[in-house]
Ligand binder design. Structure first.
Ligand SMILES: *Cc1c(COP(=O)(O)O)cnc(C)c1O
Length: 384
């Protein structure tokens, strides 16, 4: 048998690093909690805690007093439960914002996850899963109040109420999501009114509407539970947050070389960095493969021409992406695709044989390299 290569230590001191200040994280949570006079303050820890590490983030926030955590997918919830169990935390609630489908009900039950159900089909799947498992467990409901992204419509509510009355559905929380929490468009007041009206169908059930920026809108918006994300991590959350949140994540990398260059010379690929004076240049070991976006290139580097939006491909049709891509979801306009061809479960190509990766990159003001190197860890790699 061949001897295995001995583990030789690597000196990581010159490698890129993101430092996470858990004291600042906890302080931000406490700031939001102090603003919230109507209910509890939760935390969005989806996408691996906004890329920082959901387990450590949640453990720190738990110490600060947080008991309600929101992830996007069941898989993220299972991982978070394992890590909270390992930390000896037993009384945290983990909500799964994108809900659950039948095959994952057992995993959700085992990890005591609370799925946020957004359609009648999803409610039916959850109830069937509970019946098969011979058990009962609480779920949350997402109400669609004007974002047109995910949620039950008012017309669905009589059926949902019947399921509650019949004892098949136990609703622990009703929630909705603000589309313009940080913008004075009037939409948040409209959404709040729709939310209040819809939530009346579930008397006595706790309610949740506010994300980070919503948490700064006062007692009309905080209800029984808030779901801040970006503010906890030190990101701006609308004008009222200014100066009240501490930076949490600090990305650092080491200089690899410093060199002198003359006015008139150029720096980097494509000779894009033209030097107008004699210049000292430090070359630092951090790039777009680390997530430092190529679109952040220096002033005057021609990368930022505005292009039409991206196109996707579904059921034989090219369709436009609609509105802003959000953290876990993207909207596409399928108006021109026959309705029976697009339903929950239909797969959409965002690049591949029908959508050139470079066309997507052009639309994003970036390059195909960045799309590929930026593919997240939660994107499954399937080899064919
Ligand atoms: C991501 C998300 C949040 C947190 O949003 P922030 O803007 O980061 O505070 C809250 N609720 C839902 C439904 C989300 O998807």
């Amino acid at each position: 048998m061949a001897a295995s290569t001995p583990a030789t230590p690597i000196d990581r001191s010159r490698m890129p690093r993101v430092e996470i200040d858990t004291a600042a994280l906890k302080a931000n949570w406490r700031t939001l909690d102090a603003l919230n006079v109507t209910g509890r303050t939760g935390a969005a820890v989806k996408a691996d805690g906004y890329g920082l590490g959901a387990g450590r983030i949640a453990a720190a926030l738990y110490e600060a007093g947080c008991r309600d955590f929101f992830v996007a997918w069941p898989e993220e919830g299972v991982a978070l439960r394992e890590s909270l169990d390992a930390a000896g935390v037993a009384d945290a609630t983990i909500y799964v914002l994108q809900g659950v489908w039948l095959p994952d009900v057992p995993a959700c039950l085992a990890a005591r996850l609370v799925p946020v159900l957004s359609s009648l089909a999803e409610i039916a799947a959850w109830c069937e899963g509970l019946e098969r498992a011979g058990t009962k467990a609480p779920a949350a409901l997402q109400l669609e109040t004007g974002m047109n992204r995910l949620g039950l419509d008012a017309a669905d509510l009589p059926i949902v109420r019947a399921a509650v009355a019949g004892g098949t559905l136990d609703v622990a929380l009703v929630m909705s999501h603000l589309a313009s929490a940080d913008e004075e468009t009037g939409q948040r007041e409209e959404q709040r009114a729709v939310f209040l009206a819809m939530a009346e169908a579930f008397p006595g059930v706790p309610r949740s509407l506010a994300n980070s920026s919503g948490s700064f809108l006062g007692p009309d918006f905080t209800f029984d539970l808030t779901r801040p994300g970006i503010a906890l991590y030190g990101g701006r959350a609308g004008a009222p947050s200014e100066g009240r949140l501490k930076p949490v994540a600090s990305l650092t990398a080491a200089v690899l070389q410093v060199r002198g260059a003359r006015a008139g010379e150029a720096a980097g690929y494509g000779a894009a960095g033209r030097l107008s004076r004699d210049t000292r240049i430090a070359t630092v070991g951090l790039g777009y493969a680390d997530g430092y976006l190529r679109a952040a290139s220096g002033a005057g580097v021609p990368l930022r021409e505005m292009r039409p939006g991206a196109t996707a491909f579904v059921a034989g049709h090219s369709v436009p992406v609609l509105g802003r891509v959000s953290m876990d979801m993207t909207l596409i306009d399928v108006t021109d695709v026959p309705a029976e061809l697009v339903e929950p479960g239909t797969r959409v190509e965002f690049f591949g044989p029908n959508v050139a990766i470079d066309d997507v990159a052009d639309a994003a003001g970036t390059i195909a390299y960045e799309l590929l190197t930026g593919l997240g860890r939660r994107v499954e790699r399937v080899w064919r």
